[in-house]
Design a protein around this ligand. Structure first.
Ligand SMILES: NC(=O)c1ccc[n+]([C@@H]2O[C@H](COP(=O)([O-])OP(=O)(O)OC[C@H]3O[C@@H](n4cnc5c(N)ncnc54)[C@H](OP(=O)(O)O)[C@@H]3O)[C@@H](O)[C@H]2O)c1
Length: 391
């Protein structure tokens, strides 16, 4: 296959290629060398891995967004035959690269929003793992989508819903049911959560993921962000987005139809399947990553989530319903609080308490552009920093 697309395969830009999703996406590419070819890769800090990936995949463009890594990038990524760009523009350039047919946004945090908008603005098919860009800037993303581009979800829950909705009339959907493993602290009381450490929070029972999303899964903020993501992706009001605990993470989510039927998508917990589906859509490529042996599964169970102990889920519903800048504020406060927790500066239960306090002081305003998102985030980050300082 040639980088100018003459070989007929899909040319892919991977934003955040050094992360958990990015690395798994490159495994998918390596499994389908005649179908997928990498034309751009970006990283934030990990130049060593980016260099290794570039040697393997020979992209046209390498982007480095981190300041410190950016200073070393030209030298350390020399001789690879790729153009090297640094700073925020690098992400947008990779997202809108003319030689890319398909863009995977696997950046962590709302720093991914500009790239989401740039990819859609350039009319690309965007495989979106970066849920924070939909949470922070959902209305802007929907506006961009009206003008062009295409959005395919990568998050396993949204991929499941997307698959269940294929060929269905959206008017016949009663609700979406997002499943939640419950995270490592499922069933614990608030008292039991007070002293939990970083390593315990990172030890997810069913998924191996990046650090930020692992903490979000432990607080249930991840499920909250996914509720907001589902609202924007599938256009349903919040009261028609349900969540249910499902500790085995085999049913990735469901759709309830108005005749009472509930459709589910099942597979073993392995992100390479939803990544692969987002890259192969509307096709399905074999071989399967892991076959789901139903008789070996034992049982599938469901339960309620404890929304009083895990306050973040309700905070997300509240922010989503308030709309406008509120979800951006929720997300920014959460990003700052999680970073502080990971640095050992605040406790686990402080995350939800701080996000709640920041959200309560915010007066939601409509978002008319990226600048409004960044302004709301700046205000939220300042308030969060003050509250963190008081802990
Ligand atoms: N991991 C999962 O299983 C999973 C499942 C569903 C959804 N997601 C979503 O996918 C996204 C990525 O998650 P992850 O677990 O793969 O995260 P991760 O392992 O922390 O990787 C994040 C990637 O983004 C880069 N990055 C970090 N900060 C950045 C910034 N400010 N600007 C641009 N790039 C930056 C990192 O570069 P360096 O490594 O070079 O620093 C890395 O390539 C998140 O939105 C997450 O919610 C993840």
């Amino acid at each position: 296959m040639s980088k100018n697309g003459e070989g007929g395969g899909r040319r892919l830009a991977v934003l955040g290629s050094t992360g958990s999703i990015g690395r798994q996406a490159l495994e998918v590419v390596e499994r389908h060398p005649s179908r997928l070819e990498v034309v751009a890769l970006t990283a934030h800090s990990n130049l060593e891995l980016l260099r290794e990936q570039a040697l393997r995949h020979r992209p046209l463009l390498l982007g480095v967004t981190g300041e410190e890594a950016g200073r070393r990038a030209q030298q350390e990524l020399a001789g690879l035959g790729a153009e090297v760009l640094t700073g925020r523009e690098a992400l947008e350039a990779a997202a809108s690269l003319p030689q890319a047919d398909l863009v995977l946004n696997a950046v962590v945090g709302s720093a991914g929003l500009e790239a989401t908008l740039a990819a859609l603005g350039a009319g690309k098919r965007l495989a979106l793992a970066n849920k924070e860009s939909l949470v922070a800037g959902g209305p802007l993303v929907l506006e961009a989508l009206k003008r062009g581009g295409e959005l395919i979800p990568v998050d396993s829950e949204h991929s499941a819903v997307f698959q269940c909705l294929r060929g269905e009339d959206p008017g016949e959907v009663e609700s979406i049911i997002l499943t939640a493993s419950g995270g490592p602290f499922y069933g614990r009381s608030r008292e039991e959560l007070k002293g939990v450490g970083v390593n315990e929070a990172l030890a997810h029972p069913t998924w191996k993921m990046g650090r930020k999303i692992s903490v979000d899964s432990a607080t249930l903020m991840n499920k909250g962000l996914e509720v907001i993501e589902a609202h924007f992706l599938f256009g349903l009001p919040y009261e028609r987005i349900e969540v249910v605990a499902h500790p085995q993470s085999v049913i990735h989510s469901m759709v309830r139809f108005r005749d009472g039927a509930v459709m589910a998508q099942l597979s073993l917990p392995d992100m390479r399947l939803p990544i692969s589906y987002a890259l192969s859509f509307p096709e399905r490529w074999e071989p399967a990553w892991r076959r789901t042996d139903l008789s070996g599964l034992g049982g599938l169970t469901f339960g309620e989530l404890d929304r009083e102990t895990f306050v973040c889920l309700d905070l997300a519903y509240r922010a989503g319903e308030a709309g406008g800048s509120a979800p951006a504020v929720l997300n920014a406060a959460n990003e700052a609080a999680v970073a502080s927790f990971l640095e050992g500066r605040i406790g686990f239960t402080d995350i939800g308490d701080i996000v709640k306090a920041v959200l309560e002081r915010h007066r939601p305003a409509p978002l008319s552009g990226l600048r409004d998102v960044r302004e709301a985030e700046r205000e939220a980050a300042e308030r969060t920093a003050v509250l963190i300082g008081k802990r």
